[in-house]
Design a protein around this ligand. Structure first.
Ligand SMILES: Cc1cc2nc3c(=O)[nH]c(=O)nc-3n(C[C@H](O)[C@H](O)[C@H](O)COP(=O)(O)OP(=O)(O)OC[C@H]3O[C@@H](n4cnc5c(N)ncnc54)[C@H](O)[C@@H]3O)c2cc1C
Length: 352
């Protein structure tokens, strides 16, 4: 079988890269192991333009959000299902200091922060002592819907193999990559945390961290907002279902849900949410994060047919459309990749 690009992994990165390449008329084959707790399958799919305790605007927020909006709308039209929902984040301040920081940022005229007019509005629904502010626009991407629907499309076109990819079986020449019965012009690894053991890219400064979430049923909670108090409470695709998370663990024994998180999160919820709810699931995954919080995009400095799209960290839903597009344009038209994301910035490390 001959293809233009062989893609390993169908999380958000492999999904979007295969979508952009397909639109450019390139043939692709995606190999995915079907990992149940991949980062993309556990994520809430929130696109939040603001980050951290100082309410700083995220890196490239305007550009990334605009691009993500157009991309997901186009895919949604093609798949015949809505994917992206506009929301605002109601931020319940955990301390008076956080409230002050928010107000300071408001007075600096931050684009994404708003004072919430009626501070008592959420009293019947949530317990909060220090008021609330509003962040917007934010979005939720229905990641599981996108992944599963795109998987179906790939299957129908004979472009998906559900199996573990074995990098040791790859043979590469200057103009081709051979893998079992497949001959590809290029191979791109979109393996999420699998990238940390990839023979060509494992030396990149990954900083993987584990995160967990509870899934709960709460029929009467308004779905037009995302709610935040320490953790995020996010409406999911299915009516009545919400996602609560998350935490960040850089040292962990395994990638499984832990009793400690369950206890902390359920306790937070019972002190915060006044409406009846029922916890129905508990999930965990490892985020493919990077030390300098920028993605890994592009081709190996020594092996120009072997590429990577990875390192989306906590922001796969907003970063992946922009950088999957850049990589596709690079493959098809040789357009440049943003230097902050291009793996060529690690040429020395990768040449060891
Ligand atoms: C708890 C939690 C909450 C999060 N919330 C958000 C959020 O709200 N918003 C946001 O933007 N981001 C969020 N993230 C981060 C987001 O999930 C990641 O940035 C993104 O999903 C990474 O996507 P990926 O495609 O790089 O990797 P993954 O989703 O991990 O996909 C990798 C794919 O590669 C496959 N694979 C790996 N190795 C092999 C192999 N050898 N052979 C075959 N297949 C292979 C796996 O099966 C998998 O399907 C969250 C993450 C976690 C853990």
């Amino acid at each position: 079988m001959q293809v233009d690009v062989l893609i390993v992994g169908q999380g958000i990165c492999g999904t979007l890269l295969s979508w952009f390449l397909h639109r450019e008329g390139k043939s692709v084959l995606v190999v995915d192991a079907g990992l149940e707790n991949s980062s993309s399958k556990v994520a809430a799919g929130v696109i939040n333009p603001v980050t951290g305790r100082r309410y700083t605007t995220s890196w490239m927020a305007d550009e990334l959000m605009d691009f993500a909006g157009v991309t997901y709308a186009t895919i949604a039209e093609e798949l015949g299902t809505p994917l992206l929902y506009k929301k605002s984040i109601i931020d319940f301040f955990p301390t008076p200091q956080m409230r002050n920081t928010f107000i300071e940022r408001l007075t600096e005229n931050d684009t994404y922060l708003y004072a919430y007019p009626d501070q008592n509005h959420f009293n019947p629904i949530f317990q909060y002592d220090f008021g609330c502010g509003e962040i917007g626009p934010a979005f939720t991407l229905h990641l599981q819907v996108l992944l599963s629907q795109w998987q179906e499309k790939l299957k129908q076109r004979g472009q998906l193999r559900t199996e573990q990819f074995r990098p040791e079986d790859v043979q590469h020449e200057d103009d081709a990559v051979h893998y079992h019965d497949i001959v590809a012009r290029k191979i791109v690894f979109c393996e999420g945390t699998g990238g940390t053991s990839n023979p060509w890219f494992s030396l990149l400064p990954f900083s993987s961290n584990k995160g967990e979430a509870l899934i709960l049923e709460c029929d009467s909670l308004d779905r037009q907002h995302i709610y935040k108090r320490g953790m995020l409470l996010v409406p999911l695709a299915s009516e009545g279902l919400f996602w609560l998370g998350s935490n960040y663990q850089w040292e962990f024994e395994d990638d499984k849900p832990s009793p400690t998180f369950y206890q902390t999160a359920s306790q937070l919820l019972s002190q915060w949410l006044k409406l009846p709810f029922k916890i129905v699931d508990h999930k965990a995954a490892v985020r493919p994060a990077t030390l300098e919080r920028r993605p890994f995009v592009g081709f190996h400095p020594q092996f120009p047919n072997i590429g990577i799209l990875n390192g989306m960290g906590t922001k796969g839903a907003s970063l992946a459309p922009f950088f999957a597009h850049q990589l596709a344009q690079h493959i098809v038209y040789d357009f440049p990749i943003a230097p902050e994301a291009d793996v060529h910035r690690f040429s020395r490390i990768l040449s060891k």
